[in-house]
Design a protein around this ligand. Structure first.
Ligand code: GCB
Length: 588
């Protein structure tokens, strides 16, 4: 179960770290040898200086790798932005940080938590290997109670951003592979018995029913778990469920006692989940989402999604967003008139969802199961489940998140994929049955039938995402008007549509790469979806231009130019077309 850190006071380990690139993967042996029996066998030229007992080092000993002698970098960051000479580097980088700890003062147990390290991480504390993690976008933590020392401590992280055939994503993506410790590192201290995670689910009948589960680490027979909503003046006890660490309970409010969370009124309430000597305090929205009769319903009312897709990227910073960057993104989203955003193609920083809760922006969140995943491999399937679990258990208390997406543009003629993706959809529902499951799929062109859905995954999804580029890669921009409504009546969201333009490049509407060409595509694409009953929303591709190594023509030069803003936030004409469409009332 994912350890929640945000509803607690934690000690930040962000700030200046040391970074040592290790392109030839030389140093792991020497680093490990230093702490083990192999110390004497180290080849002289590579021997690291002892790092915890400097007085033991031999004066003037040649040393090619010293964990304390790296380049200084600020964490969190993407290393290619911090160290421009490593802009295109994919490989190992060693990171180290020393910090002081007063173990008397800190809690009974301590955990080291990483918000995200792209792509693989191997972590040591004071020379002891804590463990490894794979997956570049989700948090992980290690218990360090026994390893943490009074006084100085040193964390060492080996980060590896190579792309792997059996990775998720695998080797090919249309986004830049920013390596590094891209999100915050924290020390979380807790009592012996503590609240590891909790989940709030709301369902509506005549009343507003709120079901709360809490996972307590190291529960004792006498452990009592209470939940309170101070603003609503309600408190209740949870009872142990069948699983030994889970406690559950429910309470109901009358409809006029609470304001349900919705985009136009994103009411949040304080929730406190506590054991005798521990408490997490958070803010949650109470709301119900489900799909029925071709609609997505929020609190029983059908929703139309006026959206935009975005990558997690800031020019000059890579994938390490700070609060100001998050605020800027929501400013753009609001200016467009959106009530919805697709956080593509991997879990973004958790601050995005926390801000979306406050701003009333509905979210689509996804894992990077993108294009060609090695679906048949059991380890890959396990990694897939792990990434889903880490995302879902991180964000399942965010009212803004309504859709979990399990895949993007995977091949629907691949039998293995068609066997595995339904299992992933089921797994998501096992973890969280209070949201909708989706995936971004293709629409097929059929001579007789027009545009139709032929993806067998459809029957396993609550909402179908369709990525279509009519007017850009193929066809006319308004071709989606030939979309054949699906007899199953599953709601459809156009999860991608759009075309490219270089900001400031002007010309005729039929001149590719001009802002005018892109704006004309947007006019066609939006008009085509405006009147379809089954299409209940769109999230055009994309809010801003982003780094993409496979885009290298004279207008692109390493950027995917499909943004309605460029990478600096400058508006293209399509921004205004989309804004006007959202103001027109077609998707109300
Ligand atoms: C897609 C992908 C997205 C690409 C986009 C494009 O369908 O899902 O990751 O960036 O097309 O620009 O072609």
């Amino acid at each position: 179960m994912q350890l929640l850190a945000y509803p607690r006071e934690t000690t930040s380990l962000d700030g200046t770290w040391q970074a040592i690139p290790d392109q030839y993967e030389n140093f792991e042996g020497y680093f490990e040898d230093f702490f083990g029996d192999g110390e004497d066998d180290m080849p002289t030229g590579f021997a690291p200086k002892p790092i915890y007992e400097p007085e033991a080092s031999v004066e003037n000993e040649p040393c090619d790798f010293n964990i304390h002698d790296g380049r200084s970098v600020e964490i969190p960051s993407s290393w290619g932005e911090e160290l421009p000479e490593f802009r295109h580097y994919e490989g190992w980088v060693w990171f180290a940080k020393s910090f002081d700890c007063d173990t008397e003062q800190s809690g009974a147990r301590s955990f080291l938590r990483f918000g995200a390290v792209n792509y693989k991480a191997k972590v040591w504390l004071n020379g002891e290997l804590l463990g490894t993690h794979e997956g570049g976008y989700t948090p992980f933590s290690f218990e360090v109670t026994e390893t943490l020392q009074d006084g100085e401590n040193t964390i060492v992280v080996q980060a590896d951003n190579q792309r792997y055939e059996d990775g998720i994503p695998n080797e090919g993506t249309d986004w830049f592979n920013f390596g590094g410790i891209n999100r915050s590192v924290e020390l979380v201290t807790v009592p012996q018995t503590f609240v590891r995670n909790y989940k709030v689910e709301t369902s509506l009948d005549d009343e507003v029913n709120v079901h709360v589960s809490a996972w307590v680490d190291n529960p004792q027979t006498e452990t009592a778990v209470s939940v309170s909503f101070p603003e609503l003046d309600r408190e209740f006890e949870l009872t142990p469920a069948d699983k030994s660490d889970e406690f559950t309970g429910s309470l109901s409010f009358t409809a006029d006692e609470v304001s349900l969370w919705e985009p136009s009124d994103p009411q949040l309430y304080t929730i406190r989940v506590a054991t005798d000597d521990d408490a997490v305090v958070d803010e949650v929205g109470l709301r119900e989402v489900h799909a029925a009769d071709g609609d997505i319903l929020l609190n029983g009312e059908s929703l139309q999604l006026r959206g935009i897709a975005l990558h997690e990227e800031v020019a000059g910073k890579g994938r390490a967003l700070d609060s100001e960057d998050v605020a800027t993104r929501f400013q753009w989203i609001n200016e467009l008139g959106c009530n919805f955003a697709r956080l593509a193609h991997y879990p973004h920083t958790e601050e995005m969802a926390r801000t979306a809760d406050k701003e009333g922006i509905l979210l689509w969140e996804e894992v990077p199961a993108y294009w060609d995943i090695n679906f048949g491999d059991e380890d890959v399937q396990e990694l897939y489940r792990q990434q889903l679990r880490e995302l879902i258990q991180r964000d399942w208390n965010r009212a803004s998140v309504i859709l979990w997406s399990i895949a993007n543009e995977t091949d629907h003629t691949n039998d293995t994929r068609n066997k595995v993706l339904p299992q992933m959809a089921d797994y998501v529902r096992e973890l969280d049955s209070s949201r909708l499951v989706t995936a971004a799929c293709f629409v097929d062109e059929d001579d007789d039938e027009g545009l139709v859905l032929k993806d067998p995954l459809e029957e396993h999804l609550d909402v179908i995402g369709i990525n279509e580029y009519h007017g850009w890669y193929y066809g006319d921009s308004d071709n989606m008007k030939h979309f054949q409504e699906d007899p199953n009546g599953t709601p459809v969201v156009i999860s991608e549509t759009g075309g490219g333009a270089k900001w400031g490049h002007h010309g005729d509407e039929d001149e590719r790469w001009t802002e005018e060409y892109q704006a004309a595509i947007y006019r066609g694409q939006t008009s085509a979806v405006a009147d379809s009953d089954q299409i209940v929303g769109i999230s055009p591709w994309i809010l801003f231009d982003f780094r993409a190594p496979m885009r290298q023509n004279e207008f692109q030069r390493g950027y995917n130019r499909k943004g309605v803003l460029d990478q600096h936030g400058r508006k293209k004409k399509a921004f205004h077309v989309l804004r006007e469409f959202y103001q027109s009332g077609h998707l109300e």
